[in-house]
Design a protein around this ligand. Structure first.
Ligand code: ADP
Ligand code: ZN
Ligand code: ZN
Length: 757
């Protein structure tokens, strides 16, 4: 017998190896099992791959003499079971991505590197009676090592994790001999049953219907995909919690996917306050050892509630009973490089695979998901009211053409535009004076988006991208003033004179969150002392970069004193600011004019999400939208009739125009050193399309930002009426495209179901 091995190489094939008993370290196993890791030589490299099949010698095409034996088998038991391998095959087929590379995406890096999994079995923990007082003042190193273990709490951590974190084996021994710590074997049996830490709420009628339907599906051990379509604050989380309860009590695991940004300690706290359970968090900030630990916890069934971002949907689970995708419309569920999967789609696939319910929860369903409801592939439950008296905040338009924006005067008499109308400023003042908080949303960080020479029209552009440099200006410190490209991070000093004409008349144009915060400060400061009357709290990637900064900001906000929060889309998702009663959007409607046909959908989703931050406590909220296009049909529809009518109208448009979700798309991107070469490769690709392909072919065209990071990008879009058609063509065409002579020095990528182009 031979083994067929999937290797992490960008080739659409697997490789045959022979097995001889003497190179197998596990003497009692004659053949590495399917789903286990093997180390093999591949060319001049040594690689670790996964055994995916056993085949007879006669069925291999490798000529004798060329066949190599595996170096060794790394696992006595498979690390990927049949359903994980099935998932990998499906991903490889659906996204037209090499199987070995799919497996490399699925496996945590330590597993990929061949770390023995059973090292995780020996655990160390601190003995209950031990305290800091047990250390002699001289025993500094011992104390320091002890403190590392202490960070892991009562359960301690596996030896492997501790060693990787920098503990030394000799010190583990010393501390053990001194009777301070002990080793133990993590019990293999199921963790203790989940219990309720707090009583569930009484559900309203709409919530009850949703929960009953989900639990019925769970009890029948069937798959159903649910679209839980509930306005912000309607109690979707309570629906998740009560559906989870039934699943957890049946001894099964629950996976909750959240968008990247929502993964703050609050998310965990909401679930931890309801259930006494082993909760595991999986997110991009984890180090490799924690990722491996999380992977093992999911695989062994130790983890009962798993809260994770996108990639958690690819984890192995011992007995998964329910998947929740919170904010299912969110763009962060789509992976934008390597294996370009959509976590909500993978979640539905896994639901089918395990015969379990999957809940897609959102206040602003994507058009794709609404279409699935129409097609009978998702079952929709709507939550139309907020519990108690809370009413959804009404949205109101301010016509910024009629009301010019408010002007301020600087100390030296210059006048400048604040970007805010008097109506908006008045509403902010009123809200602050009533003791409430205001959120001003501006999706643009930095001081200003453009630096312009008033004399000759020169603009500060990124030398590497088709983009302006953003002005980051700090009036307190010139050292923190600079120009920066938000696409490639290129930085430069702010010039004092125009590099083209020498004029000193350089002006920062437009408004970013830093400038808006300054303007608000000028408007609302005490006119005599110019001291701040209300704190202005800026929330964006610049102010939350440090690890604890988001925590600090959050605490300041939750003290509840009147304040103005200025935030980018970071604030839109999942955050609960109970004292915010006014949300202002000075120019969020700009996206309705964009060339990308998906832009209105995404703009509206963002606007509704931001608007949902208003009036979530006991007080009523309101939302003000300042716009230069108050007659825009889509904007009016959204404001008057709400997101669902708006989305239905967009869906009609898409149908008429033959755009997704009424057609199925694949986007081919080509990246290279020149535009000519990228376009040529795509032209050659079109030339080898099968003659009867029946697809709409759009392009090649230059990508929206065709120069990025000194590389050029062109793209080609394929649209098909039927998904089958598209995949049929791709399965015959894509690999020859990659092999085109003109594609040799270019990077070609394929994006199935792209979310933007
Ligand atoms: P969503 O996730 O839909 O935005 P949440 O789940 O955060 O909404 O619920 C909003 C608020 O309503 C929360 O404070 C929650 O505790 C409360 N809530 C939810 N369901 C009920 C209910 N049935 N009765 C009373 N309060 C509820
Ligand atoms: Zn100039
Ligand atoms: Zn750049």
């Amino acid at each position: 017998m031979l083994v067929q091995v999937a290797l992490p190489v960008p080739l659409y094939r697997v490789f045959d190896y022979s097995v001889s008993t003497d190179n197998n370290i596990l003497s009692n196993v004659s053949l590495p099992q399917i789903g286990s890791r093997v180390e093999v030589s591949f060319g001049r490299q040594t690689l670790i791959g996964i055994v995916i099949a056993h085949i007879a010698r006669a069925d291999s095409n490798v000529p004798s003499g060329k066949l190599k034996p595996i170096n060794k088998c790394l696992d006595a038991e498979p690390i990927l079971n049949a359903s994980m391998l099935k998932l990998a095959y499906w991903l490889a087929r659906y996204y037209h991505y090499p199987l070995g590379d799919v497996l490399a995406v699925i496996l945590p890096s330590l597993v990929r590197q061949g770390k023995p999994l059973d090292l995780l079995i020996t655990h160390w923990r601190i003995l209950p009676h031990v305290s800091d007082d047990d250390f002699h003042a001289n025993a500094k190193k011992q104390k320091q090592q002890f403190d590392m273990l202490k960070l892991h709490g009562a359960r301690g951590a596996s030896e492997d994790v501790l060693l990787l974190e920098g503990m030394e084996r000799a010190f583990l021994k010393t501390l053990e001999e001194k009777g301070l710590i002990e080793r133990y074997i993590e019990p293999k049996q199921a963790p203790s049953p989940v219990t309720l830490a707090k009583m569930p709420l009484d559900l309203n009628e709409e919530q009850q219907q949703a929960v009953s339907a989900i639990i019925a599906t769970h009890q029948a051990q069937r798959y159903t995909g649910f679209l839980l379509n509930g306005i912000t604050g309607s109690g979707k989380t309570e629906v998740y919690l009560q559906a989870m309860q039934a699943v957890l009590e049946a001894g099964k695991q629950v996976l909750i996917l959240v968008p990247e940004i929502g993964l703050t300690p609050q998310t965990r706290a909401r679930f931890a306050s309801r259930f006494a359970a082993h909760i595991v968090l999986l997110h991009s900030g984890m180090n490799n050892t924690h990722r491996l630990q999380g992977w093992q916890d999911c695989r062994t069934g130790h983890a009962q509630i798993i809260i994770g971002t996108r990639s958690a949907v690819l984890y192995p689970f011992a007995n998964l009973g329910l998947i929740v995708v919170d904010e299912a419309h969110d763009g962060s569920y789509k992976q934008q490089d390597t294996l370009r999967y959509h976590a909500a789609d993978v979640a539905l696939y896994r639901g089918v695979q395990y015969n379990i319910p999957v809940i897609l929860g959102t206040a602003t369903p994507s058009l794709e998901h609404l279409k699935l409801v129409d097609d009978g592939k998702l079952v929709e439950y709507q939550l139309r009211t907020r519990p108690g008296n809370a009413k959804p905040a009404p949205m109101q338009l301010i016509d910024a053409r009629l009301q010019s924006t408010h002007q301020q005067t600087t100390d030296d008499g210059a006048r400048y535009d604040t970007g805010l109308t008097d109506a908006m400023i008045g509403a902010i003042r009123q809200t602050l004076e009533a003791g409430d908080q205001v959120l001003v949303f501006l999706n643009r960080r930095g001081y200003a988006p453009v630096l312009l020479c008033e004399a000759c029209g020169w603009q500060a552009d990124c030398p590497r991208c088709d983009a302006h440099l953003t002005v980051h200006y700090n009036s307190q410190s010139q050292y923190s003033s600079y120009l920066k490209c938000h696409h490639c991070d290129w930085q430069a000093y702010i010039p004092t004179v125009c590099p083209d004409c020498g004029s000193q008349n350089l002006d920062a144009k437009g408004i970013g969150t830093t400038r808006l915060s300054e303007n608000l400060h000028a408007i609302f400061a005490n006119p005599q002392t110019s001291k701040e009357l209300y704190p202005i709290i800026q929330i964006d990637r610049d102010t939350t970069r440090r690890k604890d900064s988001w925590e600090n900001i959050y605490q300041r906000i939750n003290q509840g004193n009147p304040a103005i929060l200025v935030g980018t889309q970071m604030v839109a998702k999942g955050h609960h600011f109970p004292n915010v009663t006014l949300v202002c959007l000075p120019n969020a409607d700009r996206g309705f004019l964009s060339a990308d046909f998906r832009s209105p959908e995404h703009t509206a989703q963002l606007m509704i999400q931001v608007a949902g931050r208003s009036g979530r406590g006991n007080k009523a909220g309101r939302v003000l939208i300042q716009t230069l296009q108050p007659d825009n049909d889509l904007l009016l529809k959204l404001v008057k009739d709400g997101y669902l009518s708006f989305a239905r109208e967009l869906l009609q448009e898409r149908k008429m125009m033959g755009l997704p979700p009424y057609t199925h798309a694949a986007l081919i991107r080509c990246e290279g050193k020149t535009l000519v070469s990228t376009r040529q490769a795509l032209k050659d690709a079109i030339a080898i399309l099968p003659s009867n392909h029946n697809l709409a072919v759009l392009g090649p065209i230059d990508a929206p930002m065709s120069k990025k990071n000194s590389r050029y990008h062109a793209q080609l879009l394929l649209l098909a009426k039927e998904r089958q058609q598209l995949h049929h063509v791709l399965s015959h065409w894509w690999q020859p495209v990659l092999a085109l002579p003109s594609a040799k020095y270019l990077k070609l990528t394929l994006d199935i179901d792209p979310i933007g182009w």
